[in-house]
Ligand binder design. Sequence first.
Ligand code: NDP
Length: 262
Amino acid sequence: MDLGLAGRVIVVTGGSSGVGLATVRALLDEGARVATCGRDADRLDGATARLGAESGRLLTAVCDVRDPDAVDRFVRRAAEEFGGVDGLVNNAGQSRMKGLDDATPEDWRDELELKFAGVLNPLHAARPYLAASDAASVVNINAVLAKQPETRLITTSAARAGILNLSKSLSVELAAEGIRVNSVCLGLIDTGQWTRRHAAAGTGVSYEDWQAELAADRGVALGRLGRAEEVAYAVVTLLSPRASYITGTGIDVCGGVGRSIL
Ligand code: NDP
């Protein structure tokens, strides 16, 4: 099926690694033009080299999504070079392994800032361009934690719930401008986040065995962590103009983790 993304302009935050990188790759495969950002220039260069994108269809910029001016510059550059913006994927970020007793006030502030600025700054920057598109779509990368909190990730769970709530409001507010807003809620996806945690844990257990134990411990029905490519398919589907009647909802890509039916 032709997803109708060829020639479309999509902004993906945090595209130098993991889910963002897989999404950029899937969009380029569909013929889209993609702008992506991250904080680390070397990581972005490495991603560009791995993507080997056809010249002129990939734009990268060093940009922290918490900095509204930097995000404005990044999105404006993408719109000017590519002639507009049709889609936005708010993906940049990471989770914070903190519980009630070890989360400091700074942890709470930083986590809420990252999660909310990570959606609102790119949205504010892209909104005029999205409103001018005939197939505008915003996808917020979220986590199933938004619906089933984990106390060991208390700040992230609370922030994620807020973002799910915000996504619903945005879908209503922006419908009049023809902008659809949806979420993709992740379970445990095998990316840099988990390789870093495995290295930090220093258990001596192989990464494969550690992952299998993790999936069992967290009750992942499919018995394994997901792959970033498996998330990218869901994101690309929601970005497609063919999803024109889907807004204010979401897709869980989580291997059946947990028991929530919402
Ligand atoms: P990775 O660490 O592999 O990738 C994160 C990407 O975001 C990198 O490109 C990173 O680049 C960029 N990034 C991080 N912070 C910022 C920032 N402040 N400004 C701009 N770019 C930033 O993580 P994942 O692919 O696993 O995560 C993607 C999203 O999915 C995140 O929001 C994460 O919280 C969410 N998620 C992931 C889960 C998982 O199991 N993997 C589970 C649930 C949710 P750089 O560091 O150079 O800035």
